[in-house]
Design a protein around this ligand. Structure first.
Ligand code: IPM
Ligand code: MN
Length: 354
């Protein structure tokens, strides 16, 4: 198992350290030989090299079996609309160059946290769905993108090709086959041409998956249904920007952004990352919730290393830590808040004893 470790910016290094410690312990337990190497990406890479995704980091990723990634982003760049180079470009370049066209974001409630969601427990109980977000197309990458010469007009391009749509829908149909066989395509086909092409292609492909129940929702309606009736969903597939927005919204169902993990898969090395960002206000304070990254490490075992048992042990440890009340402040709800590193130590200890 060769892993590229890219902590990135903000709380990235703190949460990745916890996930890496958990990974090391699991490897010991199951007798896997682990090697890993650190790389830079995001603001820290701009500071060192001027490039948010240096060629050296790309080479490291290409030569590894999996990438464990933290977060990128830095307020120094957010507040400066004129900065030519931004940390987020590092993440986008990495997704594009590694061909990571599918971002898989599972959303499931934890019984011990039902009262942590701002939504009523009876609404979120039993919610268990997966959002498959297209990750290398749409407005994030469509060109032209820019400003008019006088600076008073700006434009982005939303562009999708048949090939891009087919491969992500294929993955989504197959995913649905492994679950409850219900696929919801989220789009804005009443307004956007790209969405109408998505819908057309989904309908063309449906006969290849006769067992899958296929339905369509406009994204505004989906945003509403997701928090009003989250148990109606099994697998959602959607374009890049809609998926970005909907998955932040979906984190409310589980009770914290700090719990949602993800896998980005595609042509080259798969990447595993929490969906929360760099959370600059918490940087260096040892307070960020490491569980999203730890659960991303579980996905790494499951997706990249065929390690169902390893993944299950990590999930068991995470559930046990929450049941024991060993949680960071976002989940403490007035009770004792543990440090990031303390949660990490508890998880490692659980795995040793398991
Ligand atoms: C995410 C993040 C990124 C995105 C940012 C950091 C570019 O919000 O992974 O969801 O918009 O894709
Ligand atoms: Mn996002």
């Amino acid at each position: 198992m060769k892993i590229a470790v890219l902590p990135g910016d903000g709380i990235g290094p703190e949460v990745v350290e916890v996930a890496l410690n958990v990974t090391k312990e699991v490897c010991k337990k199951f007798g896997h030989e682990l090697s890993y190497e650190y790389g830079i990406v995001g603001a820290c890479a701009i500071d060192k090299t001027g490039n948010p995704y240096p060629e050296e980091t790309h080479k490291l990723c290409m030569e590894s079996d999996a990438v464990l990634f933290g977060a990128v982003g830095d307020p120094r760049f957010d507040n400066n609309p004129n900065s030519k180079v931004r940390p987020e470009q590092g993440l986008l370049a990495m997704r594009k160059k590694l061909g990571l066209y599918a971002n898989i974001r599972p959303i499931a409630t934890f019984d011990s946290l039902l009262d942590k969601s701002p939504l009523k427990a009876e609404v979120v109980r039993g919610a268990d769905f997966v959002c498959i977000r297209e990750l290398t197309g749409g407005m994030y990458f469509g060109r032209p993108q820019g400003r008019s010469e006088d600076g008073d007009t700006a434009y982005d391009t939303c562009l999708y090709t048949r090939e891009e749509i087919e491969r992500i829908l294929d993955l989504a149909f197959q995913y649905a086959m492994k679950r409850r066989k219900h696929l919801t395509v989220v789009d804005k086909a009443n307004v956007l041409a790209t969405s109408r092409l998505w819908r057309q292609i989904a309908n063309e492909m449906a006969p290849n998956y006769p067992e899958v129940e296929l339905d369509f929702l406009f994204v505004d309606n989906a945003a509403m249904q997701m928090i009003q009736w989250p148990t109606r969903f099994d697998v959602i597939v959607t374009e890049n920007m809609f998926g970005d927005i909907l998955t932040d919204e979906a984190s409310v169902i589980t009770g914290s952004m700090g719990l949602l993990s993800s896998a980005s898969v595609g042509v080259h090395t798969s990447l595993f990352e929490p969906i929360h960002g760099s959370y600059p206000q918490a940087t260096g304070k040892d307070i960020a919730n490491p569980l999203a990254t730890v659960l991303s490490a579980a996905m790494m075992f499951e997706y990249a290393f065929n390690g169902a048992k390893e993944g299950a042990l990590i999930r068991e440890a995470v559930a046990a830590s929450m049941e024991a009340g060993v949680v960071t402040e976002d989940l403490a709800n007035g009770g004792k808040a543990y440090k990031t590193s303390e949660v990490g130590a508890w998880l490692v200890d659980y795995i040793i004893k398991a």
